[in-house]
Design a binder for this molecule. Structure first.
Ligand code: GRG
Length: 303
């Protein structure tokens, strides 16, 4: 069961972006077993990957879209944390020697470097499992809504989503010869979880089908712009200066390597415009979400 916690003060959910991120960080701390729980190595590995410096874009976006009143504030936070656990699990696996073979992640040695490959894989499985447990146990959320939330997350990360993206990234690079398949890969590896995060927030809030569609479109364009900005940083900035881990695989085709820097910047700007337009169509107060997009792109200066 999810641990009890002091109630979040009524005015806290509407606070600054940094405040929402801190709420996510604090809740994540409580949602995974402590580092001294047996088996210690496994729990330490989960915490090493999860409770580490991260922008927490997905849970913050989910929370802002849910815009929860007091009664749903804790549920919105827990849903965001579940998404963050799945995202972190995917990062642990992505970093393994049989995948991207990365040494650093979130300013730390990767989980397999610190704890060994077997424990890293088990930590990823345990985080994914915990995520679905958290959704199943949400208090104050009716069972049909919990089921829908689980289905959205499961769809996004399965063999038609995130896992498909990873398979193509690892074994399908020969097909990445022009912008279209690369953008499809960006959609699978980054877009689908952005969209799921946004949609889960929209469902928690009880938005209508038109609004959910607009929110999905917002998150899709936000995610695609986010990925291209990431590739632009890899190409143009010293990653360490941009606050990124230095793990890039130079042989990987990206929109930047295929289109060139200028076209990739244009594509990024176009997706951002489309994201803002979709948000306007969602008919919700978008001030905080606009702020989130601006903040993410401010700190991801694309050169
Ligand atoms: C475990 C569901 C599951 C999937 C396994 C390994 C794998 C399949 C997928 C990996 C997909 C992957 C690594 C996509 C990259 C997504 C991405 C943009 C990562 C960086 O996200 P940020 O910048 O990082 O939000 P922080 O650390 O801030 O969270």
């Amino acid at each position: 069961a999810s641990p009890a916690r002091p109630p979040v003060a009524a005015n806290e959910g509407g606070g600054s972006l940094g405040h929402v991120r801190r709420l996510v960080d604090e809740r994540l701390e409580l949602l995974v077993p402590p580092g001294d729980a047996q088996p210690r190595n496994l729990h330490l590995a989960m915490r090493h990957a999860l409770i580490a410096p991260s922008k927490r874009v997905r849970p913050v976006m989910c929370f802002l879209i849910a815009d929860p009143g007091e009664s749903l504030r804790e549920a919105a936070l827990d849903v965001g944390c579940a998404i963050e656990m799945v995202h972190t699990a995917s990062l642990i696996l992505d970093d393994l020697p049989c995948m991207d073979d990365a040494a650093m992640r979130r300013q730390r040695p990767t989980t397999h470097v610190q704890f060994g490959e077997a424990t890293a894989i088990l930590a990823a499985i345990a985080l994914m499992n915990r995520a679905f447990g958290i959704i199943a146990e949400l208090e104050q959320v009716p069972a049909p809504v919990r089921t829908r939330l689980a289905a959205i997350l499961s769809d996004a990360i399965g063999s038609n989503g995130l896992v498909a993206g990873q398979e193509i990234d690892i074994n399908g690079r020969d097909g990445l010869t022009d912008a279209k398949p690369v953008e499809q890969l960006n959609w699978l590896k980054t877009g689908v979880l952005f969209v799921a995060s946004a949609e889960m927030g929209a469902v928690l809030r009880g938005l209508d089908a038109q609004q959910v569609g607009a929110i999905r479109s917002f998150a899709r364009h936000f995610g695609l712009a986010f990925q291209t900005a990431d590739d632009l940083i890899d190409q143009t900035a010293k990653p360490a200066e941009a606050g990124k881990d230095v793990n890039q695989d130079g042989s990987k085709p990206t929109l930047v390597s295929l289109l060139g820097i200028e076209q990739a910047r244009l594509s990024c700007a176009e997706h951002l415009n489309l994201a803002r337009r979709a948000l306007a169509e969602a008919r919700i107060d978008a001030t905080r979400l606009d702020e989130l997009v601006a903040r993410v792109f401010q700190t991801r200066s694309t050169g």
